[in-house]
Design a protein around this ligand. Structure first.
Ligand code: AMP
Length: 175
């Protein structure tokens, strides 16, 4: 592990039994609150995308906005938010996906991506992959080409990459 990844990994705070019993929550707020660490984390994404022709960064509600928007700013490309149902004001495309119990819906504005645009998807953490797979589906519905799905953290034991199927997937901190 590089020094950067060791520093970031050491800052991730494990919170037991949040938001419900049995879940070990990976809290990234100690990274956000430290200017040096926040920059290192954003630079992981920026460096991973160096040399690629990217039109848009797509970030997933809500922590994907923090890293995705900062990376898009550094890269000089547009940022597109994927939000939970009912939060976006304009006409939306929606995808419903399964959670452990029940279903959830993610939405994106219909004009957020033009057909043929090359996009990168960013979120803080890949767990089961359900959310990211729904996001990938939304991008495909709008005609975008998803170059890669990128996460600061991956919980490998939950096999989220499988849910993403053929989408190239990259993570920086693996647990
Ligand atoms: P999933 O759809 O199961 O891959 O869940 C991914 C989303 O849920 C991401 O947006 C994460 O922010 C959040 N998430 C899931 N599990 C955890 C966890 N153990 N710690 C922190 N965030 C999590």
């Amino acid at each position: 592990m590089t020094e950067t990844l060791s520093l970031l990994s050491a800052a991730v705070r494990d919170v037991h039994d949040f938001p419900k019993p049995g879940i070990l929550f990976k809290d990234i707020t100690p990274i956000l609150s430290d200017g040096h660490l926040f920059r290192l984390a954003v630079d992981c994404f920026v460096d991973a995308n160096a040399g690629k022709k990217i039109d848009k960064i797509v970030g997933i509600d809500a922590r994907g906005f923090l890293f995705g928007a900062a990376a898009a700013y550094r890269m000089g490309v547009g940022f597109i938010p994927i939000r939970k149902k009912g939060k976006l004001p304009f006409e939306t495309e929606a995808v419903t996906y399964s959670l452990e119990y029940g279903q959830s819906v993610v939405e994106m504005h219909v004009d957020a991506i033009r057909p043929g645009e090359q996009v990168v998807l960013i979120d803080d953490l890949l767990a089961t992959g359900g959310t990211a797979a729904a996001a990938a589906c939304l991008i495909a519905k709008l005609g975008g080409t998803l170059l890669e799905a990128q996460f600061l953290i991956e919980l490998e034991f939950l096999a989220g990459r499988k849910a993403l199927g053929p989408v190239p997937t990259r993570s920086f901190l693996k647990y």
